[in-house]
Write a protein that binds this ligand. Structure first.
Ligand code: SAM
Length: 265
């Protein structure tokens, strides 16, 4: 994947030159540079805020928390989310055909816990993975390497100001991100900017007003901790936000988790 053709400087929008030997991204016609840390380009090295710190801190235990991998997390997920398994993840990932041939943007990639079984099947795709937390990106790097996934590039950036050129993405996967993004309107604007016309927007996230216990935990624990950031959308509010620019091909929810597939008009 030729990242220099796809990326630009998120501040100046100038072209970039990537020098892996020097572990530096140079911005053309500018003094600006960005570090490359363990193969991950960091377009927001100055960011060290509550959200990135929260996810850096949970990155090593995130997988076991999310996957009901032991009896405690099973009980926890059943109580908080009313879920016994992560079926919604399969529904989302099944929207992507295994022979998908195009450029995918996965944002936020998180720890790659759910995608590490899907990406080895996507032999014809190229995948750019973006997240705000370096800790989460390092977990994704480890799990992708373990699964011998080579067609991915890992990038630290803010979805509200993506370092990607416009109209280059064929499919944008956004799993469990919208409830975490601080500026959801900017996130949706950027998603729409980088997607090609007729490109697919696929994902899942928390919606309010479906399950009281989940809403209480989100409002009183996750929001304070920084892993979720309001405002939270109801299904109707989200569908209204997208309806001018997207056609939904499928949408559904399991308790408080909404999942959907849509196509940019
Ligand atoms: C709940 S995790 C979801 C990760 C993964 N997609 C999954 O389903 O397991 C939310 C992720 O959103 C990332 N995030 C939060 N704000 C972000 C932003 N402004 N831009 C990009 N990623 C962001 C966090 O760092 C975190 O890794």
């Amino acid at each position: 994947m030729n990242l220099e053709e796809l990326l630009f400087c998120p501040k100046s929008k100038n072209k970039i030159h990537i020098n892996y030997d020097e572990k530096t991204v140079y911005v053309k016609n500018s003094e600006q540079t960005y570090p490359i840390k363990k193969g991950i380009i960091d377009f927001i090295p100055e960011i060290n805020d509550k959200i990135s710190n929260t996810y850096d801190n949970v990155s090593s235990v995130y997988n076991s928390m999310l996957t009901s991998s032991n009896i405690l997390t099973k009980l926890y997920n059943a109580a908080v989310w009313g879920l016994n398994d992560q079926d919604y993840v399969d529904y989302v990932l099944n929207y992507i055909p295994d022979d998908f041939n195009g450029l995918i943007l996965d944002v936020p990639v998180g720890s790659g816990v759910f995608t590490c079984k899907k990406y080895p099947k996507l032999k014809n795709a190229k995948i750019i993975c973006v997240d705000y937390s370096y800790g989460m990106l390092m977990e994704a790097k480890k799990v992708y390497e373990k699964n011998n996934i080579k067609n991915v590039a890992l990038i630290r950036a803010d979805i509200g100001n993506l370092p990607l050129k416009s109209s280059i993405i064929d499919l944008l996967l956004t799993m469990n991100g919208l409830h975490a993004f601080p500026n959801k309107i900017n996130a949706i604007k950027e998603i729409t900017r980088v997607l090609k016309n007729n490109g697919y927007l696929t994902g899942c996230f928390y919606i309010k007003d479906k399950r009281k216990i989940s809403d209480l935990v989100v409002d009183n624990i996750y929001t304070k901790q920084g892993s979720f950031t309001p405002p939270f959308y109801s299904e109707e509010e989200f569908v209204n936000l997208l309806k001018d620019n997207y056609d939904f091909t499928d949408k559904n929810n399991i308790k408080s988790i909404f999942y959907f597939n849509s196509q940019k008009k």
